[in-house]
Design a protein around this ligand. Structure first.
Ligand code: CTP
Length: 399
């Protein structure tokens, strides 16, 4: 399955380092050529001999090793790799890479490679939750580095929580997905994300709780699959993803204009934005005063339905919409799919715990135009994004 693929397996100094041996075995068994790079502290936990025996290749440990340099050299190793996989990745390693520090062979290789890099962090749960670590993690993600989230469970230090290295098979599966995934090469994907704001006056607006996380996850996942991605985003507090053309808008009308200007270029459109259906008829130029009244009314008028408009001029484009519902999920979602002429709709009941706005996870169902419903368990928005793209890619002409 991984025949002809060159993988650098980075191992850092954590108690989970022993699991990297099992991971290496899975990679080799699938046909990959694996070169192991160990940090100095990794060698305190497991010996290079183990990895050398399992990989059939010399293990690289030192940045300045003339014999190793002649044999392969860290830059050429970084050049040849299809994937750099670091498991376990310590907080120290993540911190170094996020800050551009390359003071050993592994960090230098990560910095020098143009290959995809996948980190499998493992650490004490307090370290995992530390905002410094989380900032480094988020920053690397925004640059296009890939992560497998650590698992929950009993940690070696006696604590219970998130921080465990996932099972080698799970890491192997993620590596395999990454290596197989240039499926959107040559395609343009347009994604909308976040809420819109409809101004009442210079200091007030109508909006909703959308965080933009779902749409941003789709944009990043599409970029990782080789697509050219245009992200049209309402106001959110997420960093603009690296390698994605991001257009910031505020109101539904601005989003409508931006989408219509770009739709012609797109092969696939994913409308994850929570567009406000109405805007105030009048936007006051000055801050509205209370004026001694007890009740007040804001008169609203309909905004254009961007997705419905796209559905009217669909052509060969694939259109994916979202339906956030609080009741009769499937009925409402099916109606939207049909009324707006969509290929697929992602339905989520926003009243469920772990689903909907501002959550890192989502519980969704995919409804397709052929009448099928696929029910999915609770998963991260990044995982939903991957599955959504798997399904949408299969609908593209020629697939
Ligand atoms: N949508 C859109 N433009 C709008 C409203 C919604 O493009 N003015 C898109 C959203 O991006 C989403 C889908 O339509 O992909 C469903 O949005 P939702 O608000 O759940 O449904 P509505 O069609 O607005 O229906 P209702 O408000 O009656 O639930």
């Amino acid at each position: 399955m991984l025949q002809g693929k060159c993988i650098i397996l980075g191992v850092t100094g954590g108690i989970a380092a022993y699991k990297a041996a099992e991971l290496l075995r899975l990679l080799v068994k699938a046909g990959a050529e694996v070169h192991v790079v160990m940090t100095r502290s990794a060698q305190e936990f497991i010996t290079p001999l183990t990895f050398q025996t399992l990989s059939g290749n010399p293990v690289h440990t030192e940045l300045f090793n003339l014999i190793q340099e002649q044999e392969i050299g860290h830059i050429s190793l970084a050049d040849r790799a299809d994937l750099v996989l670091v498991a376990p990745a310590t907080a120290n390693l993540i911190g170094k890479v996020a800050n551009g520090i390359c003071d050993d062979l592994l960090t230098t290789t990560i910095m020098a490679t143009r290959a995809k890099v996948l980190f499998a962090p493992a650490m004490n749960s307090n370290m995992w939750e530390n905002p410094i670590y989380q900032k480094n993690h988020a920053e690397l993600k925004s640059f296009g580095y890939h992560f497998i989230e650590p698992a929950y469970g009993d940690l070696a230090c006696g604590w219970q929580g998130q921080g465990k290295l996932p099972e080698p098979q799970k890491i192997f599966n993620s590596a395999q997905t990454l290596l197989a995934s240039n499926t959107l090469e040559g395609k343009t994907v347009l994604v909308t994300a976040g809420p819109t704001r409809e101004e009442i006056d210079p200091v007030r607006f109508l909006s909703n709780y959308s965080s933009g996380k779902m749409g941003y996850a789709v944009a990043c996942a599409a970029r990782n699959r080789g697509a050219r991605v245009v992200l049209i985003s309402g106001p959110v507090s997420l960093p603009e993803p690296e390698g994605v053309e991001t257009i910031q808008v505020v109101s539904a009308q601005q989003m409508y204009q931006a989408v219509m200007d770009r739709a012609g270029q797109a092969d696939l459109i994913v409308k994850a934005a929570a567009v406000a259906d109405f805007r105030p008829v009048i936007r006051d130029a000055q801050k509205v005063k209370k004026g001694g009244v007890e009740t007040a009314t804001v008169e609203l008028q309909r905004n254009p339905d961007i997705l419905a408009e796209l559905g009217k001029q669909k052509g060969s484009r694939i259109l994916v919409g979202f339906a956030a519902e609080t009741e009769q999920l499937l009925t409402h979602a099916r109606e939207k799919l049909e009324d707006k002429n969509l290929d697929m709709i992602v339905a989520n009941d926003v009243t469920q715990e772990g689903a909907g706005f501002d959550s890192d996870t989502n519980i969704v169902r995919f409804l397709t135009a052929d009448g099928k419903v696929e029910e999915l368990p609770k998963m991260t928005k990044a995982e939903v994004a991957e599955l959504l793209l798997d399904r949408a890619t299969a609908l593209l002409p020629g697939h």
